[in-house]
Design a protein around this ligand. Structure first.
Ligand SMILES: [Zn+2]
Length: 316
């Protein structure tokens, strides 16, 4: 049994689950041909974009998400695989209250995929309980202001989400879902709670907060909304940094592999040490040169020091 943020209980389906699953398959599958796992699709906590679903919306989404397929993000083994939700349930935690003062409620789903050689690595990854967040795509009928109750689409108000009015954090309440399109598994750094993942850009207020912090001469007090904005921004930057690092590592692997073929006399450790000192631009150039083959290859293997001296890319 696996208990993590998203992978609640994974493994073989129960007989009842298998029956549900087989209503989606062309040919009936047996219990050992199917892998099932649990995910939290979304909840009623205010998210980083200062939005939240209300409880009836979660109940409606529980109907809409059944039968929908989901995908795994590029950083997971299953980048081309899909899984399908076969049941959804809304769960309330009586002991936990959201920041909006409601009982914490989440939409839990059970999903399955066939056990196959192709899926084996992904199943292992889910079993290992690597922390994941779920991202959902859906459309809602209304987006209501938490301060005045007006629907922002039909009757816009002057309240700005993320700001405080009379000590209350303004946010949008997403109501009346009309359609659910997709869900996906996203690898994320540790999060305080599962939630809806959306792309985050620094808003005007966060830009101001950062500016205030950068020119502060003494202690700075942040409002809850400013702190939340800043947290979301840092979180996004961390994710970007991780992706950048991954890209760099992949690039270095390519250069070392191609370099080893082009320069058989050079030790792998030396090549790797050289790559470690280079910037992205230089690594890209090197990769291009190695993949271009011929000319550079003969130039470097001609072993004349003077041909190297003019080329700063190859100096350490
Ligand atoms: Zn309002």
């Amino acid at each position: 049994m696996i208990i993590t943020q998203n992978s609640v209980l994974s493994g073989a389906p129960t007989p009842q689950e298998l029956e549900l699953i087989n209503s989606y398959t062309v040919k009936p599958l047996s219990a050992d041909e199917v892998y099932t796992f649990g995910i939290v699709l979304c909840d009623n906590e205010i998210d980083r974009d200062f939005e939240r679903f209300d409880i009836p919306a979660l109940e409606k989404l529980a109907e809409l998400f059944v039968g929908k397929t989901g995908i795994f993000d590029h950083s997971m083994s299953g980048r081309d695989q899909t899984a399908r939700i076969f049941s959804c349930r809304v769960e309330t935690d009586e002991s936990k209250v959201t920041s909006a003062g409601e009982k914490y409620t989440k939409l839990c789903a059970r999903a399955y995929m066939p056990r196959s050689e192709k899926n084996a690595a992904l199943i292992e990854e889910i079993d290992a309980g690597i922390k994941k967040e779920t991202s959902v795509g859906c459309s809602v009928g209304r987006s209501v202001c938490s301060i005045c109750g007006k629907d922002g689409r039909t009757d816009p108000c002057a309240h700005i989400k993320g700001r405080e009015y009379g000590g209350k954090l303004c946010h949008r309440i997403l109501c009346d879902p009309t359609d659910a399109y997709e869900w996906s598994f996203v690898a994320v750094p540790a999060q305080p709670a599962a939630g809806v993942t959306k792309s985050y850009r620094a808003d005007e207020q966060t830009v101001k907060t950062v500016k205030r912090l950068s020119c502060a001469n003494e202690g700075v007090t942040l409002t809850k909304a400013e702190a939340a904005g800043l947290y979301g921004y840092i979180d996004e930057l961390e994710q970007l940094a991780r992706e950048g690092k991954e890209y760099r590592e992949e690039l270095i692997c390519d250069v070392i592999r191609m370099g080893a073929a082009a320069l058989p006399d050079m030790r792998g450790e030396s090549l790797s040490a050289i790559c470690g000192t280079l910037g992205l631009e230089q690594l890209r150039e090197l990769k291009k040169a190695f993949s271009g083959g011929g000319r550079l290859n003969s130039q470097l293997s001609s072993a004349k020091p003077e041909t190297h001296s003019g080329n700063s890319e190859f100096r350490i």
